[in-house]
Design a protein around this ligand. Structure first.
Ligand code: CA
Length: 231
């Protein structure tokens, strides 16, 4: 496993720095946001493996932000640990109900935090599905970033890989170009919708090498879908 990408959303710089200092750099990369607006920008760049989310933030609270992350399909699967000064049972429950996977009460020790992070990452990885997606003879190896048809490996560019992963993770569903941009390129990415068509074309071309291009279907006026049924 490579290093895990952690995003911390915390307005107190001292706590961000303590966490940055505590996490072993060979195992974790830490990106820092002082509020939810900064967090949104970092999230749109790429999804982290885990979010450390402070409860009391200026503007949008951590609780509200956790709910928002859970509602959004793009961020739904990312585990959240709430950082909270509150240890009350009610608060703990509302945090978990808002979608947090665990919480750590301040002040916490670096060792406790790391242990919680590791436990949540271990628990959450099976929930994000197995490490492969299969359909119509295709096997997408998510860890190895490879696509196979039977024994045969099909070459895919990184964008086509992410596009196919999104489709195979949500079969039979129609996605607009805008939704595909959000899911595959990240929200706020400065990319034109036409770009989606270019990569769909490349993906179909790659699948055509094993006569599976019909899996990516154009839905007129709506977008695209991945379907194992005939168009
Ligand atoms: Ca705070």
């Amino acid at each position: 496993m490579g290093s895990k990408d952690i995003l911390i959303v915390e307005d107190e710089a001292a706590i961000r720095e303590m966490v940055a200092f505590s996490l072993p750099s060979e195992a974790f990369t830490l990106r820092q946001a002082a509020d939810t607006a900064e967090a949104e920008v970092l999230l749109s760049e790429r999804l982290p493996d885990l979010i450390l989310l402070d409860w009391m933030l200026p503007g949008t609270s951590g609780l509200e932000f956790a709910r928002r992350l859970r509602r959004d399909e793009y961020t739904r699967g990312v585990p959240i640990i709430m950082l909270t000064a509150r240890g009350e049972e009610d608060d703990r429950i509302s945090g978990l109900e808002a979608g947090a996977d665990d919480y750590v009460t301040k002040p916490f020790s670096p060792r406790e935090l790391i242990a919680r992070i590791r436990a949540v990452l271990r628990r959450s990885s099976p929930d994000r599905g197995s490490d492969r997606l299969e359909a119509a003879g295709l096997t997408l190896d998510l860890a190895g970033h490879r696509l196979h048809y039977g024994q045969r490996q099909i070459e895919l560019g990184p964008t086509e890989f992410r596009l196919l992963r999104h489709f195979m993770g949500h079969p039979e569903r129609v996605f607009s170009r805008g939704q595909l941009l959000d899911a595959v390129w990240g929200r706020g990415a400065d990319v034109e919708e036409r770009t989606v068509d270019v990569h769909i074309l490349r993906l179909r071309k790659a699948l055509a090498s094993v006569r599976r291009e019909g899996l990516i279907q154009t839905v007129r006026g709506a977008g695209y879908r991945f379907s194992t049924r005939k168009e």
